[in-house]
Design a protein around this ligand. Structure first.
Ligand SMILES: NC(=O)c1ccc[n+]([C@@H]2O[C@H](COP(=O)([O-])OP(=O)(O)OC[C@H]3O[C@@H](n4cnc5c(N)ncnc54)[C@H](OP(=O)(O)O)[C@@H]3O)[C@@H](O)[C@H]2O)c1
Length: 293
């Protein structure tokens, strides 16, 4: 089995971006600047956002973190979004999800200026993605595609099974893999899928984005398949110093010996999601989206 090392690839991508930043500096051009809005004190969200800020620093990007109280009203939050929309210093920004239950996430996403929507969640970006127009790809599927491309993993004509149909991972992943250039035949599976084991076992490429620890077992995997594990699940681990540890949606220990390529958790898709966001921010700064519009 070949391990798809997300940490290593993310490091390479950040180095490439850092070189671009240096080149821009030498030419007197603007340095990419990513802003992140975080609402409340969700520890997982905080960890994700801190990672994004740290990665910006490593690549020489500027970053701004806007921390807001979980008592903020919907209109106050939308006001913050509009401030970033109109701030010429900010190339792109994200609003870290999930938001507190009194806030309508869709309304907030709709308020983001699509040209600055580096998470690619705005319907305008999503629609452009579906039509193959220039856009910001959602960071996690983007990271997965980079993983496949940079490891020269053949996708053309392959049967890809994506398990999970979230708006941010499963659904866009299934669309992208089916498009020209990637050329997979795609099955999008979910909680109502019948015979899920058989469906998964027919996959040449299996993307697991479910959120259930070790859900994909070795019986569900075709020998030689490519396994991309998006899941990030914290489970009890009394023997570890923290008392818990992160595992994916794939039973790594038993699946790894059976497949050709597999992503570990942690250190697989997670770091590439951040890398995808950074590539989008560089594109926003370069104005690529505008030029091809
Ligand atoms: N690596 C990263 O950077 C990254 C980024 C985002 C998310 N994640 C992780 O990825 C996982 C999925 O997150 P998400 O936001 O994409 O998904 P989500 O919104 O939590 O949705 C889960 C999906 O899994 C499906 N599902 C649930 N139980 C199932 C079952 N028994 N059989 C088949 N399908 C089932 C659901 O089907 P229904 O639609 O029918 O309910 C749903 O489509 C989580 O662990 C999350 O933490 C990681």
């Amino acid at each position: 089995v070949n391990l798809l090392d997300g940490n290593l690839l993310a490091k390479t991508i950040k180095q490439e971006l850092a070189t671009k930043v240096e080149q821009r500096k030498a030419l007197g051009l603007k340095i990419p600047h990513l802003a992140a809005i975080i609402v409340g004190h969700n520890p997982a969200s905080k960890a994700y956002v801190n990672n994004k800020v740290k990665s910006c620093h490593e690549a020489g990007f500027k970053s701004s973190l806007i921390e807001l109280s979980d008592t903020i009203s919907q209109s106050e939050l939308i006001h913050e979004v509009r401030l970033l929309n109109s701030d010429p210093e900010i190339d792109g920004f994200i609003v870290q999800l999930p938001l507190p239950s009194h806030i309508d996430e869709q309304e907030v996403t709709l308020a983001i200026e699509p040209m600055k929507d580096v998470d690619g969640f705005h319907p305008s970006n999503f629609g452009r993605m579906c039509l193959g127009l220039p856009c910001y790809l959602p960071a996690t599927p983007f990271g997965i595609l980079e993983m496949l491309r940079r490891n020269s993993i053949e996708t053309s004509g392959k049967h890809a099974v994506v398990v999970g149909r979230s708006n941010i991972v499963g659904t866009p992943m299934s669309i992208l893999l089916s498009r020209k250039g990637w050329d997979c035949t795609v099955t999008l599976a979910h909680s109502k899928t019948k015979n899920l084991s058989e469906v998964c076992a027919s996959a040449d490429i299996l993307v697991a984005a479910i959120g259930i620890p070790n859900f994909i077992t070795s019986e569900m995997v075709k020998p030689g398949a490519v396994i991309l594990d998006v899941g990030i699940n914290r489970i009890d681990a009394p023997d570890s110093p923290k008392g818990s540890r992160l595992v994916g949606d794939v039973d790594f220990k038993n699946v790894a010996p059976k497949c050709s390529w597999i992503t570990p958790v942690p250190g697989g898709i997670g770091p590439l999601t951040v890398a995808g966001l950074m590539i989008n921010t560089m594109s926003a700064c370069e104005g690529i989206f505008h030029k091809h519009d």
